[in-house]
Design a protein around this ligand. Sequence first.
Ligand code: BGP
Length: 478
Amino acid sequence: MRTFKKDFLWGGAVAANQFEGAWDADGKGASVSDMCTNGTHTVPKRITTVIEPDTLYPSHEAIDFYHHYKEDIALFAEMGFKTFRLSIAWTRIFPTGMETEPNEAGLKFYDSVFDECKKHGIEPLVTISHYEMPYALIEKYNGWYGRECIELFVRYCEVIFERYQGKVKYWLTFNEINSGTMPMGNILSLGTVKGYSGSIMDVPDDPKIRFQALHHQFVASAKAVKLAHEKYPEYKMGNMICFITKYPYTCNPDDVIMTQKEMQITNWFCSDIQVRGYYPAYAERYFEENGIVIKKEPGDDEILREGTVDYYTFSYYMSTCTGNTSDGAQTAGNLVGGLKNPYLEASDWGWQIDPKGLRYTLNEIYDRYQIPLMVVENGLGAYDKIEEDGSINDDYRIDYLRKHIEQMREAAADGVDLMGYTPWGCIDLVSASTGEMAKRYGFIYVEKYDDGTGNLARRRKKSFEWYKQVIASNGTQL
Ligand code: BGP
């Protein structure tokens, strides 16, 4: 029976805006995340148009990887990481996104990070844009709604592709590009929040603007892939989807159809374009019913066809149910919630834990596209406690990860071509949805707290040793 491949890419994942800190060091500009305040599980973060005094912006210091990268990468190496998924902050390279010359200090920082990875035999997996668009592009163009962003993004790609040859092989264009199919995408990925200041939950939403902005991202992504394929044949280009698995709440055919429709737009729409190279047939009806008319320029369709990705990656945390019922209980989730599944338990943040859903999802994706897959985010956000002896016994996290890895192994046995696994937040970092530090995912604890205090010291959790053994045994000792 098949299992994990010999060269399976075990590792961990992070994003610049959630862990680097040093938000304005060495010429870096402000990204959309740098304009977001902290929040909690129940009080949403705010975005502000200027940096307000006496307000906590968690990305500004985060866990200060910028000054701790050697120590952190050494800890990843100690666990035996084969790969490390990180993102480049666009604003370190082009502070406003609009300069013609890149910022050398920013380029140098990533040189050092990639060199450090190489020293430890760790292959970087680089997300080009992970929820950190330059804020100046929001002010000028209303984010990705402005077609100008395509060329600015391509310029950024040209610079980093050229610079990091021999250091990076695996690239992902946009993190969770399908967040743009949901209102939350306005703020996270599309930057269609020009002039808006207030709760991230109340951002004005116009699907016409959102899907137009998304079209610009598709073209930008395809252009980046095309550029890499033509000029740097050693580069492997992937997409990245936030997969929110949905089950019909009942076997009533109405629930089944409703679930299928939601799955199409939320989960399949973006990757159908990025993997197959054209807009799917079902989009036409959705656009008609929602008054969406995509403005394309001549050549766009051709670019989409020519810029299809080499592999498919996704995040998977939870699943929800969909149905017409009004009496089903609601559950929270990543980017969106849904109906509660009575067969599942949930995390402290209300995300339903569903390891078998990962096997199901892997099979569904592979059947559809038949290109290699990688799970580039998965994990349990939980409260951790330092015991008196200094240990952190995160058995709940080990349990979550073990069950998900078991199901990945099942999927591999089902025939899915799985390249690797990078659990989210391998070192504690700032939560994307709430801005909290208390929602921890790491194998490594960081002494940094919700009020911005903490000495930033790193400690190994119990899961650190456990994951080390998982990697050493290529997933057989769980
Ligand atoms: C994904 C994002 C990550 C990350 C993760 C966990 O949607 O790509 O950036 O943060 O979710 O979510 P959270 O931080 O809200 O717990």
